[in-house]
Design a protein around this ligand. Structure first.
Ligand code: DAH
Length: 383
């Protein structure tokens, strides 16, 4: 549909030079019949050339067109002059036309060459400016992450035990009740299961659960190898605890187990002392408090002198001078029965550490959630 408001486009005003280009005509046609007239015609053309050369040399595309227009073989102005002025010229005028043409040609070639060089130089300069690398600019700094506090603590704990011959093993987080409880001498309905309530996998055959401690790896390791056994087991464990400042539904442990033909309570105490000194400083002392775990007999809670006050009492140790490190004990002979070890022949000790607890205690972190919120303001404090 033609809109009512549409008017025919206004005729484009053409800025055409109405004067015909003299080089498309013969000298006779432009009435240049004397030597003087010819010289002045050449002067005019040259003037036009010089003017245009200035205008068109600023842009590479224009410049290309300009060069063709003047020096193009087929219909450049130089060719036109040769064809229209020189060739048909009368014998008397031919000499002067020839001379003028040669001079003009030389001029055109010189100017074209000069401008060409200038254009290339400018292009090079802009390219250089574009690619220039400013070495004084500050570099791009990419933030590199650090090991998480838990990872750092793990690394430190594993280093301490590796140094005295413990090797590292890992095991499944989804366990059977047999490995998590029974084989560790925790029968069904035993009250020790109460504080180890966990998550059960719905519909799993034989009732799988998320392990409540890393102790099942004691059993799995002893099932597979004969003494001597010296292992540490880092890993995640799960419990159905209500989350608060010191509890989550998941935490990290390191289990330790040493079994051999001649391991005594002295070896146990010596190892505990060594660990406490390595982890908390060379002046640290330890004490054992009687405790109970079904898989150790006797069982103990290991305490260390407070790393902050050295044992005189402060806020960190709640004025007692002691901090609780971990649970441990001599392996209960009943456990050997589950793995086919001869309890008459072998003895050993075991321990189970809460890595989160140890990290928080050592580095003064008071809230468990801080460990898992991935807040860089917190993480940055442990570079
Ligand atoms: N498995 C125990 C828990 O999670 C910790 C523990 C205590 C592990 C004494 C041991 C040990 O190997 O001997 O509470």
């Amino acid at each position: 549909m033609v809109g009512a408001g549409l008017r025919p486009a206004r005729a484009v005003e053409l800025h055409l030079t109405m004067t015909i280009d003299p080089t498309t005509q013969t000298l006779a046609q432009i009435q240049a019949t004397t030597a003087d007239a010819i010289v002045s015609r050449f002067a005019e053309v040259r003037h036009r050339f010089d003017e245009q050369a200035v205008v068109h040399s600023t842009d590479p595309e224009n410049w290309r067109i300009f060069v063709v227009k003047w020096a193009g073989r087929k219909s450049g102005v130089l060719t036109l002059i040769t064809d229209n002025w020189l060739k048909p010229a009368s014998p008397e005028l031919k000499r002067v036309v020839g001379q003028e043409l040669n001079q003009f040609k030389a001029h055109v070639e010189r100017v074209l060459a000069e401008r060409q060089r200038a254009i290339e130089a400018t292009a090079e300069k802009t390219a250089l400016a574009r690619d220039k690398v400013d070495l004084s600019l500050p570099g791009i700094e990419r933030a590199i992450g650090t090991r998480h506090l838990i990872r750092q603590t793990y690394d430190e704990l594993l280093r301490i035990f590796a140094a005295i011959g413990f090797s590292v093993v890992a095991g499944p987080e989804i366990e059977t009740p047999y490995y998590n409880f029974e084989a560790l001498n925790i029968p069904e309905h035993h009250p020790a299961r109460d504080n180890m309530d966990t998550f059960y996998i719905a519909g799993a055959r034989g009732g799988h659960l998320l392990r409540t401690h890393t102790s099942p790896m004691q059993i799995r390791t002893m099932e597979k190898q004969k003494p001597p056994v010296r292992i540490v087991v880092p890993g995640k464990v799960y419990r159905r605890d209500n989350p608060d400042a010191t509890h989550g539904y998941m935490f990290h442990q390191i289990e330790g187990l040493a079994v051999d033909t001649d391991i005594t309570f002295c070896d146990f105490k010596g190892t505990v002392d060594y660990f406490a000194r390595e982890f908390l400083g060379p002046r640290t002392k330890t004490r054992l408090r009687p405790s109970y775990f079904p898989f150790t007999e006797p069982s103990a809670e290991v305490d260390a002198t407070c790393h902050v006050c050295g044992g005189t009492g402060c806020r960190v140790c709640k004025q007692s001078g002691w901090i609780e490190l971990f649970g441990a004990g001599m392996v209960n002979p009943a456990v050997y029965g589950f793995v086919g070890y001869d309890p008459e022949k072998y003895s050993g000790f075991a321990f189970g550490m809460g890595v989160d607890r140890l990290a928080m205690m050592k580095y003064g972190v008071t809230e468990v959630p801080l460990l898992f919120q991935n807040d860089v303001r917190f993480l940055k404090q442990f570079p």
